[in-house]
Design a protein around this ligand. Structure first.
Ligand code: SF4
Length: 747
């Protein structure tokens, strides 16, 4: 007899990570609703129950294109011909090939590609470290990695400002926060939890400042919108800091007692008068001053993490300046400001679980790209974590995003064999052919490999180039404990709501089970002793004195109360000087200049006037749009119908000059390539700037070459650059680049 069963799960279809109640019947999904018993329920906008992605989850889970059994390539790579094989055969053959390549080239010949942290990446990293490769790449260099590591270096722990949890109203009617400044983030499209908080805070009288080249929904909500020239964020922040210092608006007591290097900050920012800053950024001087005053005089203030800053060629400098502004205005570890929560302490968090210490020092030194971009190297991570463990008693963050090989250099190594051969890749939760810069080079690199394995739900363009595709379990089919990769003391959990395997229908596996199957054949199975993820959670929750099921029965969450100004009791910050380092000594130790002079990015109308005749427009990309999540859900018709085509925003005056109308298909071209998108007229950006969506591919188009689901048609990474990366952290520039746009019919 059939019976309805309801289980609590954590949705992973975007970074809001809502807790939901999933009802099933005989293992089949019936319904999903928000878990209203959860303390953080009702804190997203749109509301969880109205979320289009969640409403499309059933179609996604049972989509006819879903990969349901392991596949092995037959015929040519990219030829689209596959054979269904058993898990046993897949494990045996992949492990056999990995052993052969390891013996021939060393374990560093294997590169992992990861995604946005919606799997539990510490399970992947555990496998990576035990296999012995230092090459784990992903999107972390243009996502959370640089700011997480910079905050660790300067403040001794990451700041909890990425999802807006600190400005949820909780018990108090008015938030303690008095001002929120956002740079390079449009939560209306990308962070539903922060967007909800922001709207409520604004209606409660909190001041809002938005820094963005585009008049986004978030910019429309702002008290002050600073429409800067793309790529000039660092100069703007220096100018704002200068105003704050010149006008004496900073927290003098905190700066004197608890910071290091204020004099060096003063020296760097002094030339950035409002007028000079206005000249560089094209933001009027009076607006720069007004924004600086608003931020500095309405404390505690928040400056949430925005990816736009990470997408700059000088991201590491801009992030330092952001953190300086936060610190000198007294917003560190205070209620309503940026909290450094410290570790949970009663749960084996990512940095303790991923066995990074078992990766030999000699192997860590082989991490590709770490010689050029040293901030996110394993060696630097070791230095930082030593300081953090001394003060907090536990490490924080995970590798990746806090230690990553430099993806663009790794793809080049696959082709050149330098500094050594990279002959194998393993993709988990990512789609590098779409999300990495210089897609055509990535294509050649992946195609050249001796072994390419992909764990995924669907045949993505990257999966089409694989030798083996393994059917991964979705968030509905696996349990989860979410702890923000050990960066936050709070954690919450959800169960596997559906079976990962239903005989006769599908046979998926969790990442843990997949890596366990491989580890057993590769000689390190003893490090994967638990038969499933839930048993591993039993182990990780031991210090709480309960099993995973007992934890769920008690609500499935643990949110220790926040405490503030912990540095006072801890005898300072977890940095080499014990102070909050406005001048980051670790950056200096790595051989870089902390707070370097401002420089123009590699390709814009100021730095390359010689190119503007042929390519007169500035191209910016990398922003998310609400319906999808990066390269996901394009095959889900209920989602796709809301946003069927790739869009490029063009100012109406520019479009008129080019003979382009709303809805016309246009070509966007630059020295690196050409793609097609549909014109969306938008007067909220400078006429010289165009904004193109990222991550587009077409699951409905043929998977076999040459199409690969239309991978080169509208994928903006055909045009992005992989050579002019941030010198310190290695992130690639997405907010600078020249292009021309013309009607497709004229191309
Ligand atoms: S996809 Fe929707 S329901 Fe799922 S976590 Fe994101 S906002 Fe929440």
């Amino acid at each position: 007899m059939s019976e309805l069963v309801t289980k609590t799960a954590v949705c992973a279809m975007c970074h809001a990570r809502c807790r939901v109640a999933v009802t099933s019947e005989n293992g089949h999904l019936v319904d999903i609703k928000e878990d209203t018993s959860f303390p953080r329920a009702g804190k997203t906008w749109p509301r969880t129950n109205a979320c289009l992605r969640l409403r499309g989850a059933k179609e996604w889970m049972y989509h006819p294109d879903r990969v349901n059994y392991p596949r092995k390539r037959i015929g040519e790579k990219g030829g689209g011909e596959w054979q269904t094989i058993s898990w046993e055969q897949a494990f045996d053959e992949i492990a056999g090939k990995l052993t052969e390549l390891k013996q021939k080239y060393g374990p560093e010949t294997l590169n992992f590609t990861g995604g946005t942290g919606r799997t539990m990446d510490e399970y992947v990293s555990r496998f990576v470290h035990l296999f012995g490769t230092p090459n784990h790449t992903g999107s972390g260099l243009v996502c959370h990695g640089p700011i997480a590591v910079m905050a660790q270096i300067m403040c001794g722990w990451p700041l909890r400002h990425r999802t807006g949890l600190t400005i949820e109203h909780g018990d108090s009617k008015l938030p303690a926060t008095k001002c929120i400044m956002l740079a390079g983030i449009n939560p209306a499209q990308s962070v539903p939890r922060l967007w909800n908080s922001l709207r409520q805070c604004k209606s409660d009288g909190v001041k809002v400042i938005v820094i963005d080249p585009r008049r986004t929904e978030t910019a429309e909500l702002a008290d002050i919108w600073l429409q800067l020239r793309p790529g000039t964020d660092y100069a703007l922040f220096l100018g704002m800091i200068n105003t704050i210092i010149q006008e004496g608006l900073y927290d003098k007591e905190f700066v004197t007692k608890w910071t290091y290097g204020f004099d060096k900050v003063v020296a760097r920012v002094t030339p950035f008068t409002p007028e000079k800053t206005a000249e560089i950024t094209r933001v009027p001087a009076d607006k720069i001053v007004a924004a600086a005053r608003m931020y500095a005089t309405n404390t505690p203030a928040l400056f949430p993490h925005g990816m736009g800053t990470e997408h700059l060629q000088d991201a590491s400098s801009a992030i330092q300046a952001r953190l300086i502004m936060t610190a000198i205005c007294g917003n560190i570890d205070v209620q309503g400001g940026e909290i450094m929560s410290g570790p949970n302490g009663r749960w084996v968090s990512a940095p303790d679980f991923d066995l990074e210490d078992l990766l030999a020092a000699g192997q860590k030194e082989k991490q590709i790209g770490a010689d050029r971009h040293r901030l996110l190297s394993y060696t630097t991570r070791g230095m930082i974590q030593a300081e953090i463990k001394k003060k907090w008693g536990a490490g924080c963050g995970s590798s990746p995003p806090c230690a990553e090989a430099h993806a663009p250099t790794v793809y080049r190594a696959m082709l050149s064999g330098k500094p050594y051969p990279v002959r194998a890749a393993y993709t988990v939760s990512s789609n590098p052919l779409i999300t990495m810069p210089n897609s055509r080079l990535v294509y050649q690199a992946l195609k050249s490999l001796d072994l390419y394995v992909v764990n995924d739900f669907f045949m993505t363009p990257s999966a089409e180039l694989a030798d083996y595709v393994l059917p991964a379990a979705t968030w509905l089919e696996r349990p989860r404990v979410y702890d923000n990769a050990g960066e936050d003391s709070g954690l919450y959990a959800g169960e596997a709501a559906l079976p990962a395997s239903l005989p006769g229908e599908y046979d998926h596996k969790t990442d843990y089970e997949i890596f366990r199957g491989l580890a057993q054949r590769l000689g390190f199975g003893e490090y994967f002793p638990w038969s499933n993820m839930e048993e591993s959670f039993d182990y990780r929750l031991q210090a709480m004195g309960m099993t995973f099921q007992e934890f769920m029965a008690k609500g499935g969450y643990d949110f220790p109360a926040d405490t503030f100004k912990k540095y006072e009791k801890m005898g300072g910050f977890a940095t080499p000087t014990g102070k909050l380092e406005l001048y980051a000594t670790t950056i200096a130790k790595l051989g870089y200049e902390p707070l370097p002079p401002y420089e123009e990015s590699f390709e814009n109308p100021v730095s390359r006037p010689d190119l503007t005749g042929e390519y007169p427009l500035m191209l910016i990309t990398g922003a998310r749009f609400r319906w999808n999540f990066h390269s996901e859900y394009f095959q889900v018709s209920s989602i796709r119908q809301r946003h069927p085509d790739p869009l490029v925003q063009i100012h109406p005056d520019t479009a008129a000059q080019l003979g382009i109308k709303e809805g016309d298909w246009v070509c966007i071209e630059n020295p690196r390539g050409k793609v097609r998108m549909k014109c969306r007229l938008f007067d909220g950006l400078d006429p010289q700037v165009v904004h193109a969506e990222h991550s587009w591919w077409f699951p409905e188009k043929p998977g076999a070459e040459p199409s690969l689901h239309g991978v080169f048609e509208s994928n903006i990474n055909v045009l992005t650059d992989d050579e002019h990366c941030d010198p310190v952290n290695g992130g690639w520039p997405l907010k600078t680049g020249l292009c021309k746009v013309y009607l497709e019919a004229e191309g």
